[in-house]
Ligand binder design. Structure first.
Ligand SMILES: CC(=O)N[C@H]1[C@@H](OP(=O)(O)OP(=O)(O)OC[C@H]2O[C@@H](n3ccc(=O)[nH]c3=O)[C@H](O)[C@@H]2O)O[C@H](CO)[C@@H](O)[C@@H]1O
Ligand SMILES: C=C(OP(=O)(O)O)C(=O)O
Length: 482
């Protein structure tokens, strides 16, 4: 039923072809390594969870090392499936989403060696075009493999994706784009079955994305890199992680023009090789630490960062009174020390949007900060249709927020907000980060449940915060003996 709704609400017309035969000759061995399962929400699939106890009131100081970008790492790991030789990746963050992506690739027969952020991915022994459905359902990035599998092997069977529960998150653009490249696509048993209709693989085509979707752009870029002929993708996403994937593909031998603009022209290649490639620093992690400095009225530096990836946040924090210094090329310092800013931090209005607009993945964090400012702010979420789950939890912590649809009126401290510790639940990744930030600014102890959501996308967020002075303790559930 859910499937039907997704398809109908986005004018997706599944082509009903029964049965799916996995008949394309270019695929030598297709074995289904994982049994199909019913669709589950991410929350249902998470194991018993850690809790965090955050004691508020500490000032932060010192330096934080920023990890590799989750969203770039997931896309590039999917991109390695285009390469017939091993790829050597640097700066892969050790988070549960990348570990899940390793499992997903291994379920296809890919060999992975990972140590301290260095990961070698060898796709020579691929045996299957159906990644383990459970792994796909636990991440968003897992679904991106449909593009490279289809392009390289002529077919793919991929479960519907998971990821944060922050809105409808349909896949119509992926499907229509792949159809334009010559794929036949069918939705059955909560899985997408796709094959290249002409028996030779995908063919180049022209596709305009109705919305600059990050995942659809990445999936179609990977597919087009190995399609026969030229593909033109217009209104594509321009997020730094999309650009990073494009550079990975170019380093692998792909011909992608227009990188970083709204139109990509891709000349397909028969074969791509595996390059050595370093993932960009995580702008959302860096942004979270910038907000941590601001919410505690502290001074924190961090590296490596690429400042122009963070320009919308830098603009907002500067407008609120924070002082931001780029000390060397890739180090940034954020000060909200009362001696550095005039008066106290001021309220600012925020509206999320595709890059270079304000990132939706920093909306919950800045909302936590705005509760501690003077004045009232309007926060408008325009990317996802249900990304206000953190509001209820921030209200439990004393935040005065009124929500109407996707717009929140956030009242600062002079408008009645006063943060104090209490038990709260993280319901998604960035909402969880916002609760930690509110907790370190609150009076007393905040207990945060649902930490697995946070661990999906932050490498040791609690430990890194403790390293600059926060007071956070992690409590793990007792290990059950069989
Ligand atoms: C793993 C990963 O990279 N995740 C990021 C990626 O998610 P993801 O790639 O899922 O986000 P999209 O850019 O696709 O989604 C943006 C909007 O497009 C809509 N849409 C998307 C696809 C589609 O086929 N049809 C459609 O209507 C979505 O419902 C949403 O409203 O970009 C988001 C927006 O920057 C980030 O918040 C996520 O952290
Ligand atoms: C929404 C996010 O991730 P995902 O797309 O993986 O759910 C995020 O990183 O904030």
């Amino acid at each position: 039923m859910a499937l039907l709704l997704i398809a109908q609400s986005h004018h997706f017309q599944p082509i009903l072809r029964k049965p799916f035969l996995c008949s394309v000759k270019r695929t030598p061995h297709i074995s289904q390594l994982c049994k199909p399962q019913d669709s589950q929400t991410l929350t249902e699939t998470l194991p018993p969870d850690d809790r965090l106890i955050v004691v508020g009131g500490s000032k932060l100081h010192g330096h934080v090392n920023i990890s590799g970008a989750k969203n770039s790492a997931l896309a590039v790991l999917a991109g390695t499936l285009c390469c017939s030789r091993a790829s050597k990746l640097h700066n892969i963050p050790d988070i549960s989403d990348t570990r899940e992506m390793f499992s997903l690739l291994q379920s296809l027969g890919v060999q992975i060696e990972a140590s301290n952020g260095e990961v070698t991915v060898d796709t020579e022994g691929i045996l299957s075009v159906e990644p383990c459905p459970d792994s796909v359902r636990k991440t968003r990035g897992g679904f991106f493999v449909i593009g490279p599998l289809l392009a390289r092997f002529g077919e793919a069977v991929v479960a519907l994706p998971g990821g944060c529960d922050i809105g409808t998150r349909p896949i119509d653009l992926y499907i229509r784009g792949l159809q334009t490249l010559g794929a036949v696509v069918e939705l059955r048993d909560n899985k997408v079955f796709a094959f290249a209709v002409n028996g030779r693989g995908l063919v180049g085509g022209k596709f305009h994305l109705d919305y600059p979707s990050v995942g659809a752009t990445e999936t179609l870029m990977m597919a087009a890199s190995m399609a026969d002929g030229v593909t033109i993708l217009s209104n594509v996403a321009q997020e730094p992680e999309v650009v990073d994937l494009a550079w990975f593909l170019k380093k692998s031998g792909a011909c992608v023009e227009g990188v970083g603009s709204d139109t990509l022209v891709i000349k397909g290649r028969n074969q791509l090789h595996g390059p050595e490639f370093t993932i960009i620093p995580d702008r959302i992690e860096a942004g979270t630490f910038m907000v941590a400095a601001a919410i505690t009225r502290s001074c924190v530096s961090m590296s490596p960062v690429i400042p122009h990836h963070l320009s919308s946040l830098i603009d907002k924090l500067s407008a609120s009174g924070c002082k931001i210094r780029e000390s060397t090329q890739n180090t940034m310092e954020v000060s909200a020390l009362l001696s550095d800013i005039a008066g106290d931090i001021r309220c600012v209005d925020v509206k999320t949007g595709p890059f270079p607009q304000f990132p939706t993945d920093l909306q919950p964090q800045i909302m936590a900060l705005l509760l501690t400012c003077n004045g009232s702010s309007i926060v408008e979420e325009s990317v996802f249709d249900k990304r206000m789950g953190h509001v209820k939890e921030l209200q439990k912590l004393g935040g005065r927020i009124q929500v109407c649809g996707n717009t929140a009126l956030v009242n600062g401290k002079d408008q009645g907000s006063a943060l104090y510790g209490t038990p709260v639940v993280a319901t998604d990744l960035r909402g969880g980060a916002a609760l930690i930030l509110a907790g370190i600014a609150a009076e007393g102890a905040t207990q945060i449940n649902g930490v697995a959501h946070i661990d999906r996308g932050y490498e040791n967020l609690d430990m890194k915060l403790c390293g600059i002075g926060a007071n956070i303790r992690r409590l793990s559930p007792p290990v059950c003996k069989a």
